[in-house]
Write a protein that binds this ligand. Structure first.
Ligand code: CU
Length: 245
């Protein structure tokens, strides 16, 4: 039902959507029923000539049935919602499939930065690739993310993944996702984080393994050429210092 408004691109999105549908159908059913009964009574017992209004306390057994029966039926519906919610919570928050890749996501006023392993596949090594506002990931790959904030509270949200996680300064919060289709989608900040909150948007690019490797090669060579440039500049500076000294 939700995919009509926004498509699903994660392995657990469908289960979250089903939970939303369950809540919508159950709450919607009782809402419509209650409104129908209300409007029927308004019409049926509307003011009539020479008929004084009755004062009903609702204490008689016959009258209390109007409250008690729907009340218990709604509690039964709640049980279904709670069971569904626990099932999805365990699937998304407590269990995770074996992790293929790890990335670091950093929120700050007002941008998202991403650090991911370079060709060695390990995070926090020299060949890490850092990007701002764009996250490149592989399709059908399980990612564990380490989410942090540099300053205030942010919230990392990828609507097509049905993923939303607060980023809290001083804490590293982990979670996971697995993209099931290729494409380019929105990343949003969903926690009021200051005047630039509205422009704190980023893009997630989900690509095939080949395309991802191409991107990685391009990014690594770019990084190493910048390093080389930095190296040469510092060497030049040193030579200049020597000459001057
Ligand atoms: Cu923010």
């Amino acid at each position: 039902m939700l995919t009509y408004f926004i498509e699903n691109a994660s392995s657990y999105g469908q289960d979250i959507d089903s939970l939303f549908s369950l809540v919508t159908v159950l709450a919607g059913f009782w809402f419509i029923l209650a409104e129908l009964v209300l409007f029927y009574f308004i019409f049926r017992f509307r003011r009539k000539k020479d008929k004084p209004a009755q004062y009903i306390t609702g204490e008689k057994k016959k009258e209390m049935k109007w409250i008690k029966i729907p009340h218990h039926l709604i509690l039964v519906c709640d049980v279904f919602i709670v069971i569904g919610a626990i099932y999805v919570w365990i699937e998304v928050k407590q269990d995770s499939p074996p992790i293929d890749e790890e990335i670091r996501i950093i929120g700050q006023q007002w941008a998202w930065s991403f650090v991911q392993p370079g060709p060695d596949g390990l995070l926090d090594t020299d060949d890490d690739i850092s990007t701002v506002d764009t996250l490149h990931i592989k399709v059908n790959t399980v990612y564990r993310f380490h989410l942090e904030s540099e300053d205030v509270m942010h919230s990392f949200s990828v609507p097509v993944f049905r993923l939303k996680q607060d980023a809290v300064p001083g804490r590293i919060i982990t979670g996971w996702f697995e993209a099931i289709k290729e494409g380019e989608f929105d990343i949003q900040c969903t926690e009021m984080c200051g005047i630039g909150h509205g422009v704190m948007a980023a893009r997630i690019i989900i690509e095939s393994e080949e395309k991802h490797n191409e991107w990685m090669t391009a990014s690594t060579s770019k990084a190493s050429s910048t390093e080389m440039l930095a190296d040469t500049t510092s060497k030049k500076n040193k030579t200049r210092q020597k000459q001057n000294g």
